[in-house]
Design a protein. Structure first.
Length: 380
């Protein structure tokens, strides 16, 4: 009996996948003509692109990914803001790349989440013998705080179309940042104050942990000296896993932040699923492009039901991680090929287009929740 039910589910999934792939070609061809900013009450208002764009990406790559976000009908685009692209150790400043992505945000009417990737190497305090490639992972030097906050303020002022600022990417991972939780709390507080001084209506976003790292989250939100809960507007976490677990994983994250006293929005700033069978970790979704499409079609509504106020899907493949990495095929856009100014859209791109245009469930309809008085930013 169980075997027969499994066969019926397989046939149903196969028919659905065939229909989705047929629709994908048509939607990918027409999306640019029909693309408009997400309508209120649609999934598009909750969706974003985890673009894996950088300030030193080529101008053509940057514009192609903004076009992809616009074509998909999503509200947000997340990209890295690396200070060393703008500032030099000798005091030079070049805002060309920053102003370019800011102009793209205005042109394509996409809300950018700028991820500050951390202090530049000449501002950090590293132990003797630290290799050059690790200098930016060290804590901020005690004598460099003024220089860092000046960089942050200048960056924010030179990007007036970027309202959302994330306090570093996956700061809970030791090999990315050699910071203790209290060092993160101090740097996050300094950075948030600098952002707020440069733009009072900015939204401060907690650095997205690589998973729901409860020990780290609790430690930084309730740091004894500089509790980060006082300076953030939006909580974040990165979630990946089997499709059947993503609703509960999102719900658990939402509940955990509330238990810690944070009642503002929860953003899942990285999520997705690979398209190559060799990369597909979920036994129920291992049929290539069709499974990536079916996974995303389930993922987005499940995360909304679980309490996510925004979800950032991996938008481009990441060949720089190596062909054996699941990130190499996690995008809904092939990379790095660009044809006539656009990236090559994979079948799952059409799935996102369809989802983005769909209506949110009535209970989830409406604007993103704002922090309550108890969790509003307090910089006293």
């Amino acid at each position: 009996m169980r075997f027969e039910r499994a066969r019926r589910r397989h046939r149903t999934h196969a028919r659905l996948a065939a229909a989705l792939i047929t629709a994908a070609a048509a939607l990918a061809l027409t999306s640019s003509a029909s693309a408009v900013p997400p309508k209120k009450g649609t999934y598009g208002t909750r969706l974003g692109s985890h673009s894996m764009l950088y300030l030193n990406s080529t101008p053509a790559q940057q514009e192609a990914m903004f076009i992809a976000a616009r074509d998909a009908g999503v509200r947000y685009l997340r990209l890295d803001i690396t200070m060393a692209v703008t500032f030099g150790p000798s005091g030079t400043e070049d805002y060309t790349a920053l102003r370019r992505v800011d102009a793209l945000a205005a042109k394509y009417r996409v809300g950018v989440l700028g991820v500050l990737t951390g202090p530049t190497w000449w501002l950090t305090d590293c132990p003797p013998g630290t290799t050059y490639d690790k200098l930016e992972t060290c804590p901020l030097g005690s004598g460099s705080e003024s220089a860092w906050t000046s960089m942050v303020a200048k960056t924010v002022r030179n990007a007036p179309h970027i309202r959302y600022w994330e306090l570093f990417n996956e700061p809970n991972i030791a090999w990315l940042y050699d910071w203790t939780s209290d060092e993160y709390a101090h740097l996050a507080t300094l950075t948030a104050k600098a952002i707020e001084a440069a733009r009072p209506d900015a939204k401060i976003v907690l650095g997205g942990a690589s998973f729901l790292d409860k020990t780290w989250v609790r430690a930084v939100l309730h740091d004894a000296d500089e509790p980060v809960i006082r300076v953030i507007d939006i909580a974040t976490v990165h979630l990946r896993g089997r499709a059947s677990t993503m609703y509960s994983a999102t719900r658990d994250a939402k509940r955990y932040f509330r238990a810690l006293g944070f009642h503002g929005p929860l953003w899942i700033t990285e999520t997705g699923y690979p398209s190559l069978p060799a990369h597909q970790w979920d036994p129920a979704y291992q049929n290539g492009d069709a499974s990536q499409m079916a996974y995303i079609q389930r993922l987005v509504p499940d995360m909304v039901r679980g309490g996510a106020d925004a979800m950032f899907l991996t938008f481009r493949d990441g060949p720089e991680f190596g062909q054996s990495s699941p990130f190499a095929s996690e995008g809904i856009v092939g990379w790095p090929a660009i044809v006539d100014g656009r990236a090559v859209y994979k079948p799952a791109f059409a799935t996102v287009v369809t989802l983005a245009a769909g209506r949110l469930p009535r209970a989830a309809d409406g604007s993103v929740t704002r922090p309550t008085h108890s969790t509003a930013r307090r910089f006293g």
